[in-house]
Design a binder for this molecule. Structure first.
Ligand code: GSH
Length: 261
């Protein structure tokens, strides 16, 4: 790593990784992304001295292994870009972030994995942005990765149904917040709350503008297709899609953005 370079270890399609990536992009922190397939990311994490999960940001002064802390790091580079400067607004924004991290994130991940795991034909979506040798190894590693994911994330029909209910619940709460016509979840500008809701909803909305395209609903079975369209049509769903259209794309090509992906 050259001096001053920041490296983001990811599973590219992971929504917590997208949360960190979007924050770094938004704050103009240049970084090189190092993507891995699930399981292979352990090797990279271990080499970097990090724990089990991604995203991990490795920077010249140390490393950060949590998306919420990466957001704080990114905001420090451009104060106010993500964390509102007003203390009360900031507390509301961080409170929503925490709630989405705990409830929405695990639910959208479980629901989307449940749709994808039985579909090796969709592997191209998970194989983007990772080394070729890992993709070639996927034929062999897939059963192991699936068994591991199913066990560790309890991915089964009952789990997917519980997750759907949780997603419905969060979407209803967010729709309720937006009912008064506000353009952002808290305050009068884009914040960590909007970013986290949009990024963690991405697995069940497949928004245009996501840097690693997720399977379009038309590629999934009719039940999943109809469910995604239903979530997209809610006030909360339309809001998340707008965040991608207006706030993600606007900064994706900004000169201060990432070095390479
Ligand atoms: N609290 C963490 C959660 C990140 C997380 O759950 N990452 C998943 C990928 S979506 C992961 O690395 N899972 C591997 C494992 O738990 O062993 C954060 O916000 O960064």
């Amino acid at each position: 790593m050259t001096e001053g370079e920041h490296r983001l270890i990811t599973i590219p399609f992971s929504h917590y990784c997208e949360k960190a990536r979007w924050a770094l992009d938004r704050s103009g922190v240049a970084f090189r992304e190092e993507g891995h397939l699930p399981l292979f990311h352990y090797l990279a994490n271990r080499r970097a001295g990090a724990g089990r999960t991604v995203p991990v940001l490795v920077y010249p002064g140390g490393l950060i292994g949590d998306s919420t802390e990466i957001i704080a790091f990114a905001d420090a580079a451009r104060p106010g870009a993500l964390l509102p400067t007003d203390a009360a607004v900031r507390a509301d924004a961080v409170g929503l972030e925490d709630d989405f991290d705990r409830h929405l994130g695990p639910a959208t991940r479980r629901w989307a994995y449940f749709q994808m795991l039985a579909r090796p034909d969709l592997d191209t979506y998970v194989a983007r942005g990772v080394p070729g040798w890992q993709v070639r190894a996927l034929r062999l590693s897939r059963p192991l990765a699936i068994a591991f994911l199913k066990r560790s994330l309890r991915i089964d029909a009952a789990g997917a149904a519980r997750s759907k209910a949780k997603i419905d619940d969060t979407f209803e709460q967010v729709s309720e917040l937006l009912r008064d016509g506000r353009r952002f979840l808290v305050g009068d500008r884009f914040s960590v709350a909007d970013l986290t809701f949009a990024a963690l909803s991405a697995p069940v909305l497949a928004p245009a503008g996501h840097p690693f395209a997720l399977p379009p609903p038309s590629d999934l079975g009719p039940v999943a297709h109809d469910q995604i369209e239903a979530w997209r049509a809610t006030r909360a769903g339309r809001f998340a899609l707008r965040m991608y259209a207006e706030e993600r794309r606007a900064v994706a090509g900004a000169p201060a953005g990432r070095v390479a992906r």
